[in-house]
Write a protein that binds this ligand. Structure first.
Ligand code: HXC
Length: 257
């Protein structure tokens, strides 16, 4: 399928989505975001794909939701049409999603990165939630995900001042898992995707599901959920294969069953 504002390709079992509105610094128009959702769902349903990478270009991952699109919209319009409703789709994707961030990841761009499962950032990446400077607040999970990632004081400082923060700060605070040279970010994200793709996929999916429950459940309920999933993986051939391979000191051959 041809898209206008994104590019898609596969690298082995890794599906790559490249945001591609360079002249607008990849501003996330509704049109672009619908294309991202469509590509995510296609990769999620594609049995040849086991992990997904989302990236932009060296200047911008994405400089936010499209301000020009939002400028004329009224409350009634955004409310009645559930303007940002489609931003939640990414949370239903079962396969791991890695954000490979270079350049600006601002507003909705930062929120998109935080909606991914893992963030790799280039040394010069710039994150921020500058919505306050536009007279609004983050609207795609920024106030919720940033505080869970970096804690209250930093989230308050960032969102209330609208100041940007660096890749190095993001890594120190635990928002980003690795900072890499600009030209290595995408390669390393794809390499990580391939590493994940080389493992038993039902366990990968279960691990992602269980980690995400940590944001929703109490510790007791979360551990209970994890335990049930752990038990359920004993129904898989891959569990037998993985443990047998360890004991016999050989490489496991996963069948994803
Ligand atoms: C629409 C945008 C845009 C955006 C940049 N552009 N960001 N268009 N929406 N979010 C456009 C500019 O208008 C300009 O178009 C072109 O991209 C290049 O941008 P410049 O500003 O000329 O580049 P530069 O001077 O290098 O400054 C880069 C920048 C700045 C610091 C990133 O563009 C900027 O501050 N952008 C807005 C960042 C922001 O406020 N993001 C939050 C958006 S609100 P022309 O036509 O002039 O060439 C948001 C709400 C989230 O995300 C709610 C949930 C989704």
């Amino acid at each position: 399928k041809d898209y206008q504002d994104i590019l898609t390709e596969s690298h082995g079992k890794v599906g790559l989505i490249t945001l591609n509105r360079p002249k607008a610094l990849n501003a996330l128009s509704s049109h672009l975001f619908h294309e991202v959702n469509n590509a995510l769902e296609k990769f999620d349903d594609d049995t040849n794909i086991s992990a997904i990478v989302i990236t932009g270009n060296e200047r911008a991952f994405a400089a936010g939701a499209d301000i020009k699109e939002m400028m004329e919209k009224s409350f009634a319009e955004v409310y009645k049409t559930s303007f940002l409703g489609h931003w939640g789709k990414i949370n239903d994707i079962r396969k791991p999603i890695i954000a490979a961030v270079n350049g600006f990841a601002l507003g909705g761009g930062c929120e998109l990165a935080m909606s991914c499962d893992i963030i790799y950032a280039g040394e010069k990446a710039v994150f921020g939630q500058p919505e306050i400077k536009l007279g609004v607040i983050p609207g795609a999970g920024g106030t919720q995900r940033l505080v869970r990632a970096v804690g209250k004081s930093k989230a308050m400082e960032i969102i209330l001042s609208g100041r940007n923060f660096s890749a190095q700060e993001a890594e120190r605070w635990g928002l980003v898992s690795k900072v890499l040279p600009v030209d290595k970010v995408l390669d390393e994200a794809i390499r990580l995707g391939q590493e994940i793709a080389g493992l038993s996929q039902p366990s990968i999916q279960a691990a992602k599901e269980s980690i995400n429950r940590a944001f929703e459940l109490s510790l007791r309920e979360g551990c209970h959920f994890e335990r049930k999933l752990f038990y359920s993986l004993f129904a898989l051939k891959d569990k037998k294969e993985g443990m047998e391979a360890f004991v016999k000191k050989r490489e496991p051959k996963w069948t994803d069953e």
